[in-house]
Design a protein around this ligand. Structure first.
Ligand code: ADP
Length: 499
């Protein structure tokens, strides 16, 4: 086993990885940018080293600096978390070249899956169903692209070969919008990934996103650890995830699991990975991509299986044989995860930045919070605005929803605006409760388009502010004669919403 592991990441995932390392008796090394000097992951690590600079490009993406720090502090492995360098094959290769274990799959598997065009071809060859489409769009003439798009049939989806995080993706409803959508997708992909190759796919308008967690060791064994439902998305990005997928027919589940294992085996996979599928109403499913890293939503799998996926990753990276066969692991209960973001749903989800003046997270049976921030933390514009993940487990889905809603109501963040109220609305929607999910759920049900009523925390702050405005400072002339007004009678319009 490793003696020391460097975490090339920040925020909640760095904290989460450090927690497992501590349990395993492995020393943890954090790295931090200038704004993250006092961040939670720095506080909880055994050692921490600076990455001078502010932006991700200056700091957490500095591959050579990270490897140098790992070498000089004697770390024998680097865990990349998700995002940043986690799916960068060159970084994985550089780690190996420096004699440091990269906690992740072989660099060639990362490279192959990082190119969606190559990934689709490999999956087709392995007999895994892929979304019908056309991959020749990279340097084809506009007329050829138009012909191929009509052969696929509208609506079509323009996607970027290097895509990730929903970037470089455009839904095209009819032929007249195709050329502009291709140009826009190219521009966006070029700017985001330095690679503007695009391809076309049939757009599946009423499908679900169902993905399988796979686990493979370095000795050739591959298994799966059940599925996650990730259909609740905004701009093709997940917001709420759950496990298992509600209402998935056992026969379909078995076929998808078998395809996921086949997909991982076909690319010589090792470590934890995720095979993503679109699942249509008729039970047909299609490969989307393989994420060659730990997923943001891995906790829901951990809770229904009673596993620690970070421990699995570290043991596999250290050469251990696969600890478990997926089809032998019983699923227990139901888990749901909500991503709590510093953003304003009333202002088109504009990121909200600033200091967290006060934060209180829920706890209790079946409630887990993976957070990278606490009272006093700064939320900056430079990184992902996700503050925390709230995960609820219960014996069945209905109880998990109830538990999640109760936990959301106790989750207090003051100082930045969050999407907590929006998550409440979403979890309480009858279609969500019924498990009638698909990737356009938020659009179809218009959730998040109108601002909700002020939250209890907002009421309290407003009332407090109203009270304090009238109360002279202690010791001021006349203070003795002044009685502090009752906040609820002085809070004006804020009071109404509380009844
Ligand atoms: P990224 O790598 O950018 O996350 P993915 O290929 O994983 O892109 O797709 C992200 C999301 O985009 C999916 O979960 C789904 O909501 C939507 N999507 C992707 N491909 C299709 C498709 N062919 N039809 C409908 N929706 C799709």
């Amino acid at each position: 086993m490793f003696a020391k592991v460097l975490i090339a990441n920040r925020g909640e995932i760095a904290v989460r990885i450090i927690r497992t390392l501590r349990e395993m008796g492995v020393a943890s090394v954090a790295v931090y940018s200038d704004p993250d000097r006092t961040a939670l992951h720095v506080q909880v690590a055994d050692e921490a080293y600076p990455l001078p600079g502010t932006t991700a490009a200056e700091t957490y993406l500095q591959a050579a600096t990270l490897i140098e720090i790992a070498r000089s502090c004697g770390a024998d492995a680097i865990h990349p978390g998700y995002g940043f360098l986690s799916e960068n094959a060159d970084f994985a290769r550089a780690c190996v070249a420096a004699g440091i274990t990269f906690v992740g799959p072989p660099p060639d598997a990362i490279a192959a899956m990082g190119d969606k065009i190559i990934a689709k071809r490999l999956m087709e060859e392995a007999g895994v169903p892929v979304v019908p489409g056309w991959v020749g769009a990279a340097d084809a003439k506009a007329a050829t692209v138009a012909t191929e798009a009509s052969k696929i049939g509208y609506p079509v989806l323009v996607k970027a070969a290097a895509g990730g995080g929903g970037k470089g993706m455009r839904v095209v409803e009819d032929a007249s919008a195709l050329a502009e959508a291709c140009a826009a997708a190219r521009r966006e992909a070029g700017a985001a990934f330095g690679d503007d190759r695009i391809f076309l796919e049939k757009y599946l308008p009423h499908a679900r996103h169902v993905e399988f967690q796979v686990l493979a060791d370095t000795h050739g064994a591959v298994t799966h650890l059940a599925e996650r439902e990730c259909s609740i998305q905004r701009r093709h990005q997940k917001i709420v995830e759950e496990a298992p997928a509600p209402g998935l027919a056992p026969a379909v589940r078995a076929r998808m699991a078998e395809a996921a294992v086949r997909a991982a085996a076909a690319i010589g996979y090792a470590n934890a990975g995720t095979v993503e599928f679109m699942l249509a109403d008729d039970g047909a499913f299609y490969f989307l991509e393989v994420n060659t890293r730990l997923q943001v939503e891995h906790p829901v799998t951990e809770l229904i299986l009673g596993r620690d996926l970070v421990r699995d990753q570290i043991e596999i990276a250290a050469g251990a044989a696969l600890p478990v066969r997926g089809d032998e692991t019983p699923i227990r209960g139901h888990a749901i995860e909500c991503r709590v973001y510093a953003e304003d749903p009333a202002r088109n989800f504009l990121p909200s930045t600033g200091r967290i003046h006060y934060m209180e997270t829920p706890d209790g049976p079946g409630v887990r919070v993976d957070s990278g921030v606490a009272t006093g933390s700064e939320v900056s514009v430079h990184y992902d605005p996700m503050l925390a993940k709230l995960i609820a487990w219960a014996p069945d889905r209905g109880q998990a929803i109830t538990r999640m809603r109760a936990a959301l109501a106790r989750f207090v963040v003051l100082g930045v605006i969050t999407n907590i109220e929006f998550l409440q609305d979403l979890l309480g929607h009858p279609a969500f409760v019924a498990g009638d999910l698909h990737t356009r759920f938020l659009e179809e049900h218009s959730i998040g388009v109108t601002p909700g009523p002020p939250t209890l925390a907002e009421h309290a702050v407003a009332a407090f502010a109203a009270t304090n405005r009238r109360r002279p400072p202690a010791g001021a002339i006349g203070a003795a004669e002044t009685t502090a007004p009752d906040p609820w009678s002085s809070a004006g319009r804020w009071r109404g919403g509380l009844s």
